[in-house]
Each structure stands twice: as C-alpha cells, then as structure tokens.
Design a protein around this ligand. Structure first.
Ligand code: GLA
Length: 387
C-alpha cells in the first residue's frame, strides 16, 4: 500500500475509533542494512539506510493517565494501560509490548507526561529483517517526545527504543535499527560507529537502485538464535580480554585463535572481518567504486553463511543468482538479523527488470518460496507528517 493511501486510511480509522480526526501524525521508517551485520552489539560499524516503508502513528493527547491504542495491522486489536501504575507486559499481544515498553522506558528516564489515544499502522514487512519493530519503537518514542515536548534528542528516542526491546520485549538487539530509523536522511546511508554513536552520512549513488528481495522465509528475532550469537560474541571478547570484538584486528584474532573454541572463533572472525569490510564499503560507496563494493558485499555474505551461520538456503540461492547478473556493477548480500528475511542488492537501474525476471523464473521453482521485491529509496528518519 502506498504511504498516501496508508495515511488516509489511518486518519479515517482514527476517526472511526476515537470520534474525531487525530491531532497529529508521526512516522518512523524501517531500514535496510547495506553491510555490517551483527557488528552493532559488538561496538562495531554498520552502514544502513532508512527506507520508504514506515510505521505511522495517529495521535490525540489525553488529559488523564490512560494510553489507548488500536493496531490497524492486527485487525484493529486494542490495548489500554495506565501511566500512574507500573506498566506490565501484555499477556497475549506482542505488538502491545513494544508500545508499553517504550512508554515505560520514557518514564524510567524520569519524564512525566499524560496519556494519549493512538492508532498505529505500518507497511514495513514484518518478520522480514527490515526492522518493523524498531520503526514502531521509534515512532512511539517520537510521538510522546513531540506531543509532550520531552527534553530528549532523536538519538535518545533511538536508545530508549532499544532499551525497551532489550529489557521489556526481551530481544538483545543492538542499536543499529533504532538509530537509523530515528536519524536517517533522504538519499543518504548512515555509517554508524555503534560505540560512540557518531555517524557519517554517505550519499547514495543515483545510478544504483536499492532492491530488497524478501525471501519470505520468516523467523522472528526473539525466537531466533540471535541471542545465542550475541552470547558467543561476548564469550569471545571475554576470553580475549577485550571490552568488545571491536577492539581487535584480524591479525591479532588469528594469533589468539587457540583461546577460543572452533565455533566461537568463527563467530568472532565474522565480526572482526565485517567491521573492516563495513568501513571499506563506506569508502567504496562514496567513491562509486562498485567493483570493490561488489567484492565486499560478496565477502560479507560468505562470512554470514560460513562463519556466523545465519543464512538459509533460499537466501543463499537468491544471492548467487543475482550476483551472476550484477557482476561487479553493484553488490548483493543477505541483510538483517538472519535465519530468513531479505537480500539487499545495489544494482544499475537497467538491471532491475533482469533481476526480477530471474527471480520470477527460478526462485519459486527451486526453493518453494515466492519472493517479494521492493525498490527503495534512502529516506528521512522519524518525524511528524505534516497534513
Ligand atoms: C537485528 C538487530 C540489530 C542488528 C541486526 C544484525 O536487526 O535488531 O541490532 O544486530 O539484527 O546486524
């Protein structure tokens, strides 16, 4: 559904539930990561951009302590909680917990504010590795920040969202998704240092399309092996006497191989090599050096497949098929947390039809899954939708 249609439906839905047009509407985008996978929680580097698929929140403030929410994407399920009693998890509705968690963590930061009526809708594909959850967390945080003039930055909104996900929802995600959803900019990718949260905007080349291919192999992050990977990385850092895997070079890692088990060494090898690739890929993108970009994205994929073991067969199939088409004119790799989800390809615009055709001809026949394709533009981070 287009963003315009979604906005119109959202307002109508709000009026239907709450009897008047919403006072304001806010949005926060999903993201695609170009390179730098699982490096964020190792204090490393990532290179994502926000995409033109987003979560929208229509809102009217209330004068009491009640927060009422309608989830348009969940058959208009509703939730209601009070700000003046300890906010607890919802027993059955996972979507509610993202909202409850964000609001609770705003309170834990010491902010006080009144309630709100909210309707939430989104077109970020869910469970696809495009950060629909982070976009929800950031959209809710931004809504309360602006509605009640909370003295915090958009970066704080990102960190608050991550804390809610870590501590309230229970997924030990890093900071990448929330940061780019909060701070992304149009036509720019964000090279983010996940330790300092310093970032550098990198202009996206106009001659390459950003193509996202959803394998439609679904795997929720909370249920996935994501947390195990994180523990293995922490084990590696601790055995190597480091604060984080960010703090070691590939050469040093190789020298200390004997300190780690075979599996943990491979996990660490992915992270340390991926950090290097991410910095080099940011340079290559900036200089329009597509041959280098192509090689780095290919190496990243192999590293995710063999060292980190987070890819699945249908995803590997898409990457192989598209890299045959794209060659060194762009790059292709799995994107996101893994165990399903999406592939990202940067490719010349005139190759897009070829890539689509190849997917149509071969993907389902070879894997049994149907792919969805989204052509994206790097988009602005969270903010109010003027209407
Ligand atoms: C998920 C997490 C991020 C990041 C990626 C993998 O999207 O939410 O913090 O770790 O996986 O790069």
């Amino acid at each position: 559904m287009s963003n315009e249609q979604m906005l119109a439906d959202l307002k109508a839905n709000f009026e239907h539930h709450f009897g008047a047009q919403p006072a304001r509407v806010f949005q926060a985008p999903g993201r695609v990561n170009l390179i730098g996978e699982h490096t964020d929680y190792n204090d490393g580097f990532v290179l994502p951009c926000a995409i033109n698929y987003k979560t929208m929140v229509a809102v009217t403030p209330r004068e009491d302590n009640t927060v009422r929410t309608v989830a348009a994407d969940y058959g208009n399920e509703t939730d209601e909680f009070q700000l003046d009693s300890d906010i607890q998890s919802h027993p059955t509705q996972l979507w509610s917990n993202y909202i409850r968690g964000v609001v609770k963590h705003l309170q834990l930061r010491g902010f006080t504010f009144k309630g709100a009526d909210l309707v939430v809708v989104g077109n970020v594909p869910q469970g696809a590795g495009l950060s629909s959850s982070a976009s929800l967390e950031v959209a809710i945080g931004e809504t309360f920040r602006q509605l009640y003039d909370l003295p915090m930055t958009t970066q704080d909104v990102a960190v608050n969202g991550q804390q809610a996900e870590n501590q309230f929802v229970g997924c030990q995600c890093g900071i990448m998704d929330q940061m780019v959803s909060a701070c992304g900019e149009q036509y720019k990718a964000l090279l983010l240092d996940c330790r300092s949260l310093h970032s550098k905007l990198i202009q996206m080349p106009t001659d390459l399309a950003v193509m996202i291919i959803n394998s439609n192999v679904k795997r929720g992050l909370v249920d996935s092996e994501y947390n195990t990977r994180r523990e293995q990385c922490e084990e590696a850092a601790s055995k190597l006497g480091l604060k984080a895997l960010r703090d070691i070079s590939l050469e040093q890692l190789r020298e200390h191989k004997s300190l780690l088990s075979e599996v943990v060494y491979r996990r660490a090898h992915h992270i340390v090599s991926e950090n290097e690739r991410t910095l080099n890929a940011a340079d290559a993108l900036e200089q329009a050096d597509y041959a280098t970009l192509s090689r780095l994205m290919a190496e990243s994929h192999v590293s995710m497949r063999d060292d980190f073991e987070i890819t699945v067969k249908p995803i590997d199939y898409i990457v192989e098929m598209l890299s045959d088409i794209i060659g060194d004119k762009g790059g292709v790799r799995m994107t996101g947390g893994g165990f399903g989800g999406c592939v990202v390809a940067l490719l010349p615009h005139d190759m897009v039809p070829l890539a689509r055709q190849a997917l149509d001809d071969k993907y389902e026949a070879n894997t049994g899954y149907k792919a969805d394709v989204y052509i994206c533009t790097a988009s602005p981070g969270t903010g109010e939708i003027e209407s």
